[in-house]
Design a protein around this ligand. Structure first.
Ligand code: FMN
Length: 180
């Protein structure tokens, strides 16, 4: 798929068919997402793939802050990919001090770029994704036993699309760009 088409036709997909997503499909996508840029090439994003029905149900029912849309999406997606970030690396100096006045900002920035790269790679392979930000970070870490030194950044649902969402309206370039 041509890059601009991929960027423009990717939509957040929240309904999936029952077809499972294979380990090979996920690993091809992660291999592409590994090319995302990151702070000093620290590559802090990690991907915890959840296909176990009991665990998915647990995440959907206890970790979505009672947000019904995410509960439904998580419950019916064939797989959830919990994006975590290694902490205290991106945006930090070796002595543990922040490199900039923006503190922990850069680690989330890196995780965001990695997540979008993941979603675009999935779309290029015919799979649908949605990035979910409404969840209880601590509960997710508890359910998945996320290792110390990692923080949950986002939850992605992934599967074969069962809907073709219309594109939510985008702002005109005039509203986005300014020149000096
Ligand atoms: C950081 C972030 C958090 C989001 N959180 C949620 C969420 O919790 N639930 C959901 O259904 N969609 C979520 N979305 C998806 C947005 O609603 C979606 O990207 C936006 O409406 C534009 O639609 P599009 O992705 O189809 O272009 C999130 C997207 C981002 C980037």
């Amino acid at each position: 798929m041509e890059a601009l088409d991929c960027i423009k036709t990717r939509r957040s997909v929240r309904k999936f068919t029952d077809t499972p997503v294979t380990k090979e499909e996920i690993e091809q996508i992660v291999a592409a997402a590994a090319y995302a840029p990151s702070w000093k090439n620290t590559q802090i994003a990690r991907y915890i793939v959840v296909t176990d029905e009991k665990k998915k149900r647990n995440l959907a029912e206890t970790c979505m802050l009672d947000f019904a849309y995410n509960q439904k999406t998580a419950l019916h997606a064939p797989a959830l990919v919990v994006v975590t970030m290694l902490t205290a690396r991106s945006g930090y100096e070796r002595d543990g001090s922040f490199s900039t006045s923006q503190g922990t900002h850069w680690q989330s920035f890196d995780a965001g770029i990695a997540s979008q790269t993941f979603c675009l790679a999935a779309h290029a392979q015919g799979l649908g994704t949605v990035i979910m930000g409404i969840f209880d970070e601590n509960k997710v870490a508890e359910v998945l036993d996320v290792p110390a030194g990692q923080q949950v950044a986002a939850i992605l649902a992934i599967g074969h699309p069962a809907e073709e969402p219309v594109c939510p309206k985008r702002k005109d370039v005039d509203a986005l760009v300014s020149y000096q």
